[in-house]
Ligand binder design. Structure first.
Ligand SMILES: O=P(O)(O)O[C@@H]1C[C@H](O)[C@@H](CO)O1
Ligand SMILES: Nc1nc2[nH]cnc2c(=O)[nH]1
Length: 299
């Protein structure tokens, strides 16, 4: 029966439990660190890796079957080490659905993290501000998401379920746990980030790679979206499925175009520039959060 399930997973672009386990075992044979926190760096936010100490680094291309990033601003390295006194594995660069990976492949690193012992996932992204009160450079703690491609059947859990990863029908409504959101707010306050705008809001993933039309932005605004991007949901759905606690943070790298005849256009260069300008604060916040973060014992 499990062979049938695995074959189905393989057919829909997924990786079987056995294959994922073998990848994780191969990594553990080469790396001493046993991470309890996994971190994904969004576009232009990979400099967080510079704060990790006692590093052991693997390129994605060194891990057979691991998706390899193709986008500028995503170095494609797994960085193991210590951050804020916690053993971490940090993805310096993620992969995206729009690069041609299936949803399952896009989220495969999360299952590997789980098999390595990761209990908490911290996910960051660059996003366009839909909420008209948000400014470029603002941070947003993600309280919920809309997985828009999921509405069209593109969910990373599509296909046969393997219970060793998680249940057939996982609840996602508490994916971004209140504990971690509250912890981020307390930490931001303790760092004296006054005047430094931190919101809490809703992230919406669109498949990309084209940026939004004006009407699409108006629609997202109407349905309660605060920022939009092209990632995060596949990883978070898979993390929640396998029982990880998730913390998500968006950096508003640009304001989306809401006027039909605007001269403004969204572009990846602006996204990377804002990332470079604001990444230091994001790094400080994540490192400080980890320092005081309580890791619950493994369920
Ligand atoms: O990896 P993230 O979600 O941070 O990257 C966003 C979405 C696109 O990959 C890119 C567009 O500039 O930034
Ligand atoms: N879809 C989308 N993704 C982004 N990533 C960074 N900025 C944007 C944006 O405006 N739209």
């Amino acid at each position: 029966m499990m062979e049938i399930a695995n074959a189905a997973n393989g057919e829909n672009g997924g990786t079987s439990y056995e294959e994922a386990k073998k990848l994780a075992d191969d990594i553990m044979a080469r790396i001493k660190c046993r991470p309890v926190v996994g971190i994904i760096c969004g576009s232009g936010l990979g400099e967080l890796a510079n704060m990790v100490t006692d590093t052991e680094i693997m390129g994605y291309e060194e891990i057979p079957g691991f998706p390899v990033s193709t986008v500028p601003g995503h170095a494609g390295k797994l960085v193991f080490g210590q951050l804020g006194g916690k053993p971490v594995v940090l993805m310096k660069g993620r992969v995206h659905f729009y690069e041609g990976f299936t949803m399952q492949k896009t989220a495969l690193p999360i299952r590997i993290m789980k098999l390595l012992g990761v209990q908490i996932l911290i996910v960051t992204n660059a996003a366009g501000g839909i909420n008209q009160e948000y400014e470029i450079g603002d941070l947003m703690i993600i309280k919920d998401h809309i997985n828009m491609p999921g509405f069209a059947g593109m969910n990373p859990l599509h296909g046969q379920n393997d219970e060793r990863f998680g249940p057939r029908f996982p609840a996602i409504s508490k994916a971004y746990t209140k504990r971690l959101r509250d912890h981020a707010k307390t930490t931001a306050k303790s760092l004296g980030f006054e005047g430094f705008r931190i919101h809490e809001g809703v992230y919406c993933m669109l498949a990309g790679p084209s940026f939004e039309t004006v009407t699409e932005c108006k629609f997202l605004n109407m349905i309660g979206v605060d920022v939009t991007g092209m990632s995060t949901c596949p990883e978070v759905v898979v993390a929640a499925h396998c029982g990880m606690e998730v913390f998500g943070m968006s950096l508003v790298t640009n304001k989306v175009v809401m006027q039909y005849d605007s001269e403004q256009v969204a572009n990846h260069e602006e996204v990377l520039e804002t990332g470079a300008l604001r990444s230091k604060d994001l790094q400080k916040l994540v490192a400080a959060m980890l320092t005081t973060l309580e890791i619950k014992s493994q369920p």
